[in-house]
Design a protein around this ligand. Structure first.
Ligand code: NI
Length: 159
């Protein structure tokens, strides 16, 4: 268990396409544990491996604080609808912006035992899945922001 340093916008690693995971080694398991720890410690709802400097297709998500989701080699299978809302990213601290994304997503991913599973999400979960999969392809939400990036005031932070 360890908290890893979160890379911030401007770091080239965040603009790099990540590699597929072929097998889950003990090192991969340590990485996954650390990603959850790092996400929770930063009060985030999602984290992708490149955000901690590892170019592998691994994301962790928890939009409720009690439903941890691990996705290895995630692929978006289906999207529909549309939602527009504020989005932020642990790699772009203190900022948020308005992003339009599909309101529904269905994805295929692999668990820690490299067993495939499908996951469906709407609203915040759909947004989180799409945001994190974008990270694996080297994209940040700021590329999709409508209007200016805004400062998140201290009042809006829950802690
Ligand atoms: Ni992000």
């Amino acid at each position: 268990m360890a908290i890893r340093e979160i890379r911030e916008m401007g770091d080239n690693i965040l603009n790099t396409v990540c590699k597929e995971v072929k097998e889950v080694t003990p090192r991969t398991k340590d990485l996954i544990d650390d990603m959850f720890d790092t996400m929770y410690e930063a009060n985030g709802v999602g984290l992708a491996a490149p955000q901690v400097g590892i170019l592998k297709r691994i994301v962790v998500i928890d939009v409720t604080g009690e439903d941890p989701i691990l996705m290895i080699n995630p692929k978006i299978l289906e999207t529909s609808g549309e939602q527009t809302g504020q989005e932020g990213c642990l790699s772009v601290p203190g900022k948020s912006g308005l992003v339009t994304r599909p309101n529904y997503v269905k994805a295929l991913a692999y668990n820690e035992n490299m067993e495939p599973f499908e996951i469906e999400g709407t609203e915040l979960l759909a947004r989180a899945i799409l945001h994190e999969v974008d990270h694996l392809d080297g994209h940040l939400y700021v590329e999709k922001v409508e209007g200016p990036l805004m400062d998140v005031t201290d009042l809006e932070e829950e802690d």
